[in-house]
Design a protein around this ligand. Structure first.
Ligand code: FES
Length: 257
């Protein structure tokens, strides 16, 4: 027995996790891809004041990827000719015509975007964010895995997690406490309390998934390092074996068997 699938909570409908909040700092710009019948290529950016926004990754002027651009205050500037866009996608400034007010018809295609509970979310449809999860996690790392989401959920149900800081690293069987359409929570019991790991799934293609991983808050730094190494090991096992190896040699610096 490895996992308890007792609770499966639907939702959040339409929302996709695209980054850990800590990986998109003020004035940060990143590309995000969302799988689907028509995959989305997005630019996700955070203004100087902290507002997050998501646009199609295509400048309305000549089609340059906006993810190559940069943030100026509350605007995203295209790297090519410097056209600047506000959070609503509207063009605010054209450097070649500095005295002109850009027409409202010049507008990037926008998507609902929320920074919620340590994760940046984008919605392809509804912008009602009421059912986004509140797990209270602290960002650990994001990693790309060459495996589909269904396989990864199955492997996570079989995994063990490092729970102890003793020199003899202890691994504990993990159980799935909660699953939603986009995320799951793993729990493993240590001597004193439960360690929780939140994994958010961003499907890139049917065979490639971004995992955005959070931990219980305020874990000791050494344990967070161990969990980061576990994440590397999990990726290696998923991509190369398709099964989990749950023993752990604490003296080894290798990230995979
Ligand atoms: S292509 Fe973006 S400003 Fe010209």
């Amino acid at each position: 027995m490895n996992a308890d699938h007792s609770e499966f909570v639907e939702g959040p409908d339409g929302w996709i996790p695209v980054a850990l909040s800590v990986d998109l700092p003020e004035a940060g710009v990143m590309r995000a891809v969302i799988a689907g019948a028509q995959p989305l290529d997005l630019v996700v950016w955070r203004s100087r004041s902290g507002q997050v926004s998501a646009f199609d990754n295509r400048c309305p002027h000549r089609g340059m990827r906006l993810s190559f651009g940069f943030v100026r205050g509350e605007r995203l500037s295209c790297i090519y000719h410097g056209w600047q866009y506000g959070e609503d996608g509207g063009c605010r400034h054209i450097p070649a015509h500095p005295d002109m007010t850009p027409p409202t018809s010049i507008c990037a295609n926008t998507y609902a975007c929320q920074d919620h509970d340590g994760v940046v979310w984008v919605s392809k449809g509804a912008d009602n964010s009421d059912d986004l999860p509140n797990f209270g996690g602290q960002g650990l790392r994001s990693l790309s895995v060459e495996r589909g989401e269904t396989v990864l959920r199955k492997l996570l149900a079989e995994t063990h997690l490092p729970v102890s800081l003793t020199s003899d690293m202890q691994m504990a069987e993990a159980a799935i406490a909660t699953q939603t359409r986009t995320s799951l929570v793993l729990e493993a019991r240590s001597d004193a309390k439960n360690l929780r790991l939140m994994v958010h799934f961003q499907k890139i293609t049917p065979d490639r998934t971004m995992l955005h991983v959070q931990t219980s808050p305020e874990l000791p730094a050494e344990l967070r390092i161990s969990l980061s190494r576990w994440a590397e090991r999990f990726r290696w096992s998923a991509e190369n074996l398709g099964t989990m190896i749950n023993s752990w040699d604490a003296t080894s610096q290798e990230t995979h068997p």
